[in-house]
Design a protein around this ligand. Structure first.
Ligand SMILES: [Zn+2]
Length: 255
């Protein structure tokens, strides 16, 4: 059965002599792998529409539950060519693409994450001065939020007591502690024996909660204190690394 949708090329892998297996992020099918016959034989619009980061309208043919559907048509909606040419930019985006590949199941609708990625790429392309660390942190957090993997910093991971509430015994303290294996801050009643933890300052906690509420368009106007951004980035990165396991995610230390 022929289906039409649109998607962003997350990656492509060479298959055989001239074929490709293309992985898309689409709103309706989430991660979708499709087989493209002979795109590498001739320089064509079809071939260039399969480059990573290309946003394209596609048609594919395949039975439900059958293996790889075959890509029958692909028309570029927006090439995002400049993002592929800027190495640093590409590194930052690659990290988000890796998250898509590792966190999202195949063939499950992912409209929010699709929108987020498209929004990020569109914003990045209009920022000729390059993305800030805050921008990158923001999208990483929002991605985890949309995928359901956000670390819990606003409440104890076990009993749910809000970190800002009076009955969280450290609510007035200058810092809480994020426990990596629990993926959350923990109150002393719930945490037994500790485990690896990272300090979370009150300033960073407040900033974290703001970042989850802000509109992406606000990020460019925010002048965030670097220590807060770095503290949150380290916690988010440690969380991702723990959830995926060290072998599945190449941790990139920004700096
Ligand atoms: Zn607790």
């Amino acid at each position: 059965m022929l289906k039409r949708t649109y998607g962003i090329v997350i990656k492509n892998a060479v298959f055989g002599e001239a074929d490709l297996i293309v992985t898309y992020l689409t709103p309706h099918y989430g991660l979708l792998k499709a087989f493209a016959k002979s795109p590498r034989k001739i320089r064509s619009r079809f071939g260039s529409s399969l480059e990573p980061l290309t946003y394209a309208s596609i048609s594919f043919f395949g039975k439900e539950d059958a293996g790889l559907p075959r890509l029958t048509q692909s028309d570029i909606i927006r090439p995002f060519h400049s993002l592929r040419c800027d190495f640093n930019c590409l590194l930052d985006i690659s990290e988000i693409l890796e998250l898509c590949l590792n966190f999202l199941p195949e063939r499950e609708p992912a409209p929010d994450i699709f929108k987020l990625l498209l929004n990020m790429m569109t914003t990045l392309e209009s920022h000729t001065d390059g993305a800030t660390k805050l921008f990158h942190l923001f999208y990483k957090m929002r991605f985890l939020q949309a995928a359901g993997y956000l670390p819990g910093l606003s409440a104890c991971g076990k009993c749910g007591t809000k970190t800002s509430a009076g009955d969280f015994e450290n609510s007035k303290a200058e810092r809480h502690h994020f426990y990596i294996a629990q993926g959350a801050v923990m109150c002393s009643r719930c945490i037994k024996g500790g485990g690896d933890s990272m300090p979370l300052s009150r300033g960073s906690l407040k900033f974290y909660e703001s970042l989850l509420k802000w509109n992406p368009s606000a990020i460019g106007r925010v002048n965030a204190p670097a220590p807060l951004v770095e503290e949150l980035r380290d916690i988010i990165d440690a969380h991702i690394k723990y959830v995926l396991g060290p072998s599945r995610f190449a941790h990139k230390k920004g700096g």
